[in-house]
Every structure is written in C-alpha cells, then in structure tokens.
Write a protein that binds this ligand. Structure first.
Ligand code: SF4
Ligand code: SF4
Ligand code: SF4
Ligand code: FES
Length: 949
C-alpha cells in the first residue's frame, strides 16, 4: 500500500497579484504573474514530468525533463523556468517531447542501480515514477564509467546518503540553502565528475549540517533517505499533527504503518512551518516508545520505599484520598498543582479547573512562571493582551529585525530559517545578546549591529535606545497621537530623555559603545517596518517585566505595531507556553487572563463549573516550595513538568518536595520530580492523544492521536478520573468537548472549535464574531486595553542584587542548544545525543588562560548558593567576564548554582545572571555525588517495584 503524498506543483507559488490567462494543452488557465508554466499546468491537473523541480525551492532548470513547446516559440523550453504570459499556447505532450524525455531518462537510468524492487524508496521514488511516466522500456547505453560503487555516508543517525543513487539534480543543495539557510551542501566537479557532498567532502556529521531533513525531503531518489524508512519500509497512512517541542508549533504528517510512526514529514500546508522542520520535530520522536516509558500506575508511602505497581483505580483512589486527607489535616489551601506547557490546552484547562473547582483554591501555576510570565505581565499592561502581536510570516515584510535575548537558530529553528531567508533578501539585523549567537554571522547573513551587552543590563540598554529615538526625534508622532495614551507617553518621553539614560551614560553599565547604540536605534526607528523578536534573555531577569515593557514602549514610540512586518514577538520556548497561560494556569487568573477577584468573571465560572471558587490568588510555584518548608503546603499534583530539574535553587526545591506528604507526578518517564513522588500516574506522549497546542504566534493547531496510549489513557482522561475521585464530577467524552467549554467561557476563543480547526488547519486567536477565522496581526486599529490606547510605562534601570566581586568575578548565563530540548527528558532518549551528550561551560580564552583551563577540563562553578562541575569549552563566543552553559542534563546541576532572585512582578527566576567563580577541578561536586547516589537509589526502587508488580 502506498501513502497519499502531498501534491507537488513543481515550483513555488507566486505572491504577485496581477493575473494572466494562457492555454495549456487546449485548456484555459489563469495564474498570477511569476507562476511557472509547470505550476500553472499542475493547477489544472496536467502533470508535466520533472526531476530537478519541486515546489519548496526555486526552479533550476537542469534536468530538462519538463520541456514543453510554445506556439510560435523556438525550441523546447523547460516549463519549470518558463513563466506564464498572457495568451501563451503551450503543448506539454506530443511525440517529439516524449522522445526527448525518454532520451533524458535513459541517460539517468544508465548510471543508476537497477534495484528498484529491493530499494527502500520503492513506491516513493520520483525517478521510478518518471521512468514510468515517460514510458521508458529499455536502456541502450552501457557506460564504461558509472557512479554505482560510490561509498555510502551513514554518519547521520537519522538518514543515510547513498551517492550511487544520486542524479545530481541539486534539489538537496537548494533546499539546504533556500529552505534551511545552512549552505552545508555543494556540488563539486563538472560533468560526469559532478557530485553532491557536504562542503569539503566531509561526512554529514562532520559538516555544518544541522540535520533539519530539508534535503531528505527534497531528494527525489533514495539517495538521501530516512533510516527509519530503510529499516521499517514505506509508511501506509498519514495523520496531520503538531510538533510537541518548541513554540514554533510545526505541523507534521505522522506517516505510519499501523500504530508505528515510520517518519514525521513536515506538512506543506502547515502555516507556522510551510513544510520545513528541525532535527527535533523531524527525527527525535523515538522517545515515545523508549524502554524507559512507564506504563503502569505506581504508589508508595515514602520516597525511601520501592514503587508498587497498582491498577489505575487503586492509584487514582489513593491519590484522591491522600489529597483529601492532607486538606483535612492542614486546611483547604494545603494542596495545589503545577501544569505544564508541554501539555495540550485541554489538559491544562481541566487541570486548573480541577484545582480551582475541586481543590477549592487557586494554587495552580505553570512552568511559564520560570520563562515567559514577564511577557504576560508586560504586554498585558502596555498593549492589553498577553501575547505576541504577529504571525511568523510577518517577518517576510520586516525591513529591520531586532533580536533581543533570543537564539532562534537553536531555540526556534524553523522560524530562524524563515528569518534568515528575509535577511538574505536584504532586511537588516540588530542583535542584542551577551554572546555571539549563530545568527550574528551565518552564510549570507551578517548583523549590522551586535550589541554585546553585559548580562543583567537589558533595561539600561532599552532606555538608551529610547533616549536616542526621543532626543533625535525619530518618533512616529502620528501613531503615538492616534493610538497611544498621550499622557503616559509624555511621562515616558520626559523620563527616557533624562541624561542618565543616554547611550554615553549607560555605556559603563552595558559595556556597549554609545555610537553602536545610537546607530542601532536609528536603524530600527527609521525602518519602514521594524520588528522585534525576543526570548528568555529578556524575561529571565530581576527586571524581566520592566524589559518587556521597555520593548513595548520602543515599538509604540516608533509606530512599529498594528500591521505586517512589525510588532513585538516573544519567541516561546516550549510548544504550548502560550496555550498553558491562555488556559488559566496562573494562580491569579481564570482562563483568558481574567483576575480571580473580578466579580463578573468569578460569577461566570462559579455558575459554569457549579462549584464554590476562591477569589483569592493562590500560590505561585516558589511560594508553594516555601509553604512546603513551613508545613502549610503538603500535597502537589504535577503533570508534565519537571520542577526538580528546571526550577532555580534546586536544593531548595528538593527540600520542599521531600517535605511534602503526597507528591503526585503524571509523566511519561520517571523524571527527576518523580524521584520525590508518592504516586506516579503514567502519561501519554503527544502521539497518543488528541488536543490542541497554541504556538508563539497564538496559533491553535491540532494534536492528533496516531497510536494508542501506552498506559491506556490520554492525560485529560487521567485528570478527569482524579477529579471524579475527589468528588468533583467531570464527564467529558472527547477533548473537543473541553474546547467547546473553553470557547463558551473565554471571549478570545469564542469562535474556536475542533470543526473549525479541522476546516482551516489552525486558528490564531482572538477568534471572535468579528474575526471568525482568527487574527494574524493584533492591535491593528486599537489596542486591546479597555480604552483602546497603548500605555507607555516608566522603566527605570535597577541593577540586580546579584553582583560580581573578587570572590565571584564572572557572570554565568544559560541557554539552549538545537539538538536538546528543555530538561532533555525527551531528546536525551533519542539519537540527538550524537550532537550534544553533555552540558558544557563556555568560557572566554582570557578567563580560561587566567585559570589554566583548556577545553575538555573539568571545572568547578561556584556561586553564592551552590557548586557544580562541568567540562569546559574555551571559546570567544562569550565575552570576557561571562560564562555560559546549557541545562539539558540533570547531572549538570545548572540550577544548583542559580539563585532565587526573580522578576519583581512575576517571580520569574533570574536564570540569566549568576555571579560565579570557576576553578579547575578533578571530580564532581558534592551535590553531584549525592544526587547521583540518590538518583541511582531511586532507579533501583523503580526496578524493584516493576519486578515485583
Ligand atoms: S539536513 Fe538540513 S542542514 Fe543538513 S544538509 Fe540537509 S538541508 Fe542542509
Ligand atoms: S542527493 Fe538527491 S536531491 Fe541531492 S542531487 Fe542527489 S538525487 Fe538530487
Ligand atoms: S522548530 Fe520547533 S516546532 Fe518546529 S520541528 Fe523544530 S522543535 Fe518542532
Ligand atoms: S524539472 Fe524542469 S528542468 Fe528539471
């Protein structure tokens, strides 16, 4: 059985508006100017044979299989490179054309292994299809020289490269350049000697290749092929779903054989990714069936006991009775829950409903607390809505792109590829980052300005940019007058133009030369369209919310809001950060960001949920830990989140978890938090459930069950069982019913339903009566604040309490890497470890030399709160005085050293700024040794439970 493939129109769609009409094989067709004859023909069902053309990349015209004849024209032009024109009369089929095509195919096939029947691409090979399409029956040539003995490159863990099957169509080379923007492949040599390879004839794994899979996708033969297809055979059916990794939210076709995922193919109609992917979504799905999956519920009385496998009923009843017991003993507010941005909207919604309506308090918080809570606060205050303003495609209209504290090529790779495409078209780039991220300089992309500021000085820098805009009169006064609160603007103008905010005055704080700041401010402010993208390098600071407000001020002051190509765009880390916040995961807000004390909202939910609800904000995550130490918070339901690895000052977190009487963890693996748990409820991976995720552009996309849940239930069903067991009845039959309730109770989701999502593919909220198909650009005519005006707020720079001194002279900052994801629970259980198998400490060569440190040495990293040990990587990507690490491996203990400093408004931890000292050491830290012993013991207790279950 062969799978239905997505239609390939041969060349990309034309964005031009003017249309022309022509005739192809006697049929009239109308197409936009700029369309190829090949695409116009395909649009009316006439498939012209092709090999070197595919609709994700620009045509190249090398194979000449697609030749046609034009009435009154000369020769046989290639239809992929011939644009449509008014009145053309095209013939795509006649004997002459057929002879030419057969001749071309004969040449190709004479240098191709004739092993179709046993080839892994059999049934999914365009060369094979074309041989059939042109009616090739015999090959008369018997070339003396062939490429049939070319050596395979199996170095990439996910795909193989078999050059004996290559037809040198260069689709892979162009996909790597145009779609991915990495330029890892070249065609070396000429004529017969020409061959494709990673540059300098390296192996794929030794090259610049980032394993995005675009070349594999583009290859028309079995030359570049997924190993999962080679091992398991061709897929038989496909289901559209959404990647469960980052906030780009790429759409995929899960191509299946029965219940086995054979490959994940980026979906061409996916509006966030347009058929592109990164190594995580494309290849790193094997964790879903990893042997470490726990598929039976387990309980134990103490974390010193072995786990005991029990039935679902027993586990749920035990969890419910423990929660009730704790509330009976310590009071109603002594329990709560933590939701995860890895869960679907529907799961998060019913979990916060269970806590508010079933537990009777508002002790619900989410991992967004530790990443983008300042975004929610800052954008709500200034614009009136806690979300990014644009869709991703908007970047293609930006003229100047300002990236602050984000590393898109690692954190949001598919969006980074789109951004790089725009930059190659000529848009200008400004980077604000302490570190030289890849985007600063990549093939055909060079930032106009890299403002290499000192960590913790964002607000001083944004004020300096504002100072230049105001004092050099680069303001968009019309926008300000018409769209903003002018009183607040006047105050901001006075504040920001004070001398202490000038680039010259802030230079000693930020370390960025004043002229560089002035030039960057001018570039952004004078752009026709200036767009800002930012990440956790903005939010995870003691002034995270202030910086978000500063960014909003700058965009309003320059009129860069309300249409395509501009905006303020938070790049969300995890797949459903936006959604988990939208769904009411914060202790002070019901779904839709409405305060729990707001009388009307309170009444609405009380009635709808038929429960007595508290109007007091509940505990935030750090307050839950503090309360646990005070013995006033003793029971926790934590679904999909790994607080014991991801939260700051981890020793405090571990102590708090140990202090609780019942920790219930719902997850797919025995994660770090589960090592402190008393009840384990096995979760389902994204492949095993139905629901929706909302990405960084507010796009609600479908998550669809492609295989049965390994533990028998989808996560929303488990939460529902727990709700019923604590006597708060829930009776949803399908997640679509949960979405219907969300839509009924949340104005910005009013028009959302599964039916509409299926019909449109995805929807960007707000989706209302006025915008029934969603809203790509926010704040087009008015802001979402009550009076419709954007609010300027003052952003005085206040230095963090975390200071360097003689004892702790360096600043540690943290970030992500492409191949690993967040706490690594998923990606560490895939072949992605081939790229990054441990967290390393990046240190500048000067600082390394001072301390006698070489790359690969073990170094101790000591902060005011703790110490850990990592291996060093000496690099000039970081500036002197700054060290950097990723945090994907629990044993790294990055959060042993991060402090409990946090954002003044939201408590988002200041992960990005920790004063440390680095020394060369020979063994792991005391904490690492203790934690390793604890961890090993927990795995033994798991083993004992499974073996006796
Ligand atoms: S996998 Fe991606 S980065 Fe690597 S060669 Fe192919 S297109 Fe280029
Ligand atoms: S590897 Fe595939 S896409 Fe690349 S040139 Fe060869 S046949 Fe074409
Ligand atoms: S860019 Fe993000 S959403 Fe897209 S495939 Fe990669 S991890 Fe998944
Ligand atoms: S498909 Fe047009 S020249 Fe190859």
């Amino acid at each position: 059985m062969s799978i239905n493939k997505e239609k390939d129109f041969g060349t990309p769609v034309s964005a031009r508006e003017n249309m022309v009409t022509l005739e192809i094989d006697g049929f009239k067709v109308t197409a936009p100017i700029g369309t190829s004859v090949m695409r116009a023909a395909a649009s009316i069902g006439i498939e012209i044979p092709k090999l070197c053309a595919t609709d994700s990349i620009e045509p190249f015209g090398s194979c000449r299989l697609c030749v046609v004849q034009i009435e009154g024209g000369r020769g046989m032009p290639a239809s992929c490179t011939t644009p449509v024109a008014e009145g053309l009369k095209i013939t795509t089929q006649n004997k002459k054309l057929a002879d030419v095509r057969r001749g071309i195919m004969e040449l190709y096939i004479s240098d191709h292994p004739l092993d179709c029947l046993t080839c892994s691409a059999n049934g999914d090979c365009e060369l094979q299809d074309m041989a059939g399409a042109v009616g090739l029956r015999e090959v008369r040539y018997n070339p003396i020289e062939t490429h049939l003995d070319a050596v395979k490159d199996e170095s990439n863990p996910y795909f193989s490269f078999d050059p004996s099957k290559c037809i040198v169509c260069s689709r892979c080379v162009r996909a790597c350049e145009e779609t991915q923007g990495t330029f890892a492949l070249t065609i070396d040599g000429r004529g017969f000697d020409s061959k494709v390879s990673p540059s300098q004839n390296q192996l794929f794994m030794d090259s610049e290749c980032v394993s995005c899979g675009a070349c594999v996708q583009a290859c028309p033969t079995a030359t570049l092929m997924e190993k999962s297809v080679i091992d398991n055979g061709q897929p038989e059916h496909a289901i559209i779903t959404t990647c469960a990794y980052c906030g780009v939210g790429c759409s995929f076709r899960a191509e299946m054989k029965g219940e086995q995922v054979i490959r994940m193919v980026p979906h061409k109609d996916g509006k966030a990714n347009h058929g592109h992917s990164c190594v995580k979504g494309r290849f790193a799905f094997g964790y879903a069936t990893h042997k470490d999956r726990i598929t039976k519920p387990m309980i134990r009385a103490s974390i010193k006991d072995a786990w005991q496998e029990v039935s679902w009923e027993e586990a749920i009843n035990h969890a419910a009775s423990e929660l009730k017991r704790i509330q009976g003993k310590y009071g109603k507010d002594s329990i709560g829950g933590i939701t995860s941005s890895r869960c679907t909207n529907e799961e998060v919604y019913i979990m916060q409903k269970l806590i508010r309506a079933g537990f009777g308090n508002n002790n619900v918080d989410t991992c967004a607390r530790v990443c983008h809570s300042p975004t929610g606060y800052g954008l709500k205050q200034t614009f009136g809505e806690s979300s990014g303003t644009q869709n991703f495609d908007s970047v293609m209209k930006a003229d100047v792109i300002l990236v602050i504290g984000a590393n898109p090529t690692d954190g949001h790779p598919v969006f980074a590829s789109q951004m790089k495409k725009r930059l190659r078209q000529g848009a200008k780039l400004i980077i604000v980052d302490p570190r030289e991220i890849d985007l600063v300089k990549s093939p055909h992309v060079l930032a106009s300005h890299h403002l290499k500021l000192r960590p913790s000085t964002n607000v001083a820098l944004i004020n300096a940019l504002g100072y230049v805009v105001v004092t050099e009169n680069l303001l968009d006064q019309t926008f300000i007058d018409q769209r903003c609160d002018v009183t607040s603007f006047a105050k901001w103008k006075t504040f920001v133009s004070q001398d202490h905010n000038s680039p010259e005055a802030t230079e000693s704080i930020t370390g960025v030369p004043a002229e560089e700041i002035r030039a960057a401010a001018r570039l952004y402010a004078t752009a026709k369209n200036g767009a800002i993208y930012y990440g956790l390098g903005v939010t995870e600071h003691s002034q995270g919310s202030t910086m978000v407000i500063g960014i909003a001020n700058l965009a309003m002051a320059t009129g860069n809001l309300g249409h395509e190509g501009v905006g303020v765009n938070p790049l969300r880390g995890q797949n459903n950060v936006q959604g988990s916040c939208d769904m009411g995961s914060f202790p002070h807000e019901f779904p839709g960001y409405r305060h729990v004390s707001d009388a009307e909202t309170h009444q609405l939910f009380t009635q709808a949920w038929q429960a007595e609800l508290s109007s007091e904000p509940g505990l935030r995550i750090p307050n839950m830990f503090d309360a646990a130490m005070d013995k006033s918070f003793m029971g926790l339901y934590c679904a999909g989140e790994d607080i014991a690895q991801s939260d700051p000052d981890i020793k405090h977190v571990h102590a708090a978890l140990r202090a609780m009487e019942c920790v219930i963890v719902q997850d797919i693996f025995l994660n770090e938090t589960a090592k402190f748990a008393h009840v384990f409820l096995p979760g389902a991976s994204f492949l095993e459930k139905n629901g929706t995720f909302t990405n960084a552009e507010r796009r609600i996309s479908p998550v669809r069950k492609v295989m049965s849940p390994l533990a028998g239930y989808q996560d929303w069903e488990v939460t529902q069982m727990l709700a019923n067991a604590i006597d708060y009845p829930m009776n949803y039959g399908h997640p679509s019913e949960i979405m219907d309730e969300i839509a009924q109770l949340t104005p910005s989701f009013k028009g959302v339903s599964y039916e509409k999502i299926d019909q449109l593919g995805s929807i960007q909220w707000p989706c209302t009566d006025e915008a029934p198909e969603g809203t790509p650009t926010m704040h087009e005519l008015t802001f979402m604040r009550d009076n419709g005006k954007g609010l300027f707020m003052l952003t005085e720079f206040v230095a963090t309490a975390e200071r360097v001194n003689g004892k702790y002279p360096l600043i540690l900052t943290t970030g992500r890497i492409l191949s690993q994801y967040n706490v690594g629970a998923q990606t560490r259980r895939t072949e992605n470890n081939a790229w990054h198998a441990e967290d390393r400490l990046e240190i500048h060569s000067h600082d390394a030399e001072d301390r006698g440190i070489n790359s690969g040495d073990w170094v101790g990293i000591k902060s005011r709160v703790g110490e850990t040990v990592l291996r060093a990587l000496v690099t000039d990507r970081v500036q002197p005085g700054v060290v950097y690490t990723t945090f994907h491996f629990p044993e790294s203990g990055a959060n042993v050293i991060t402090t409990d400093n946090s954002d003044w408004a939201t408590n988002c931890p200041e992960y990005k700024v920790t004063a440390v000292q680095i020394t060369k050491v020979s063994q792991s830290s005391e904490w690492q040794q203790e934690y390793q012993a604890f961890s090993e013991n927990q795995l033994e207790l798991l083993e004992q439970g499974i073996n006796h279950g």
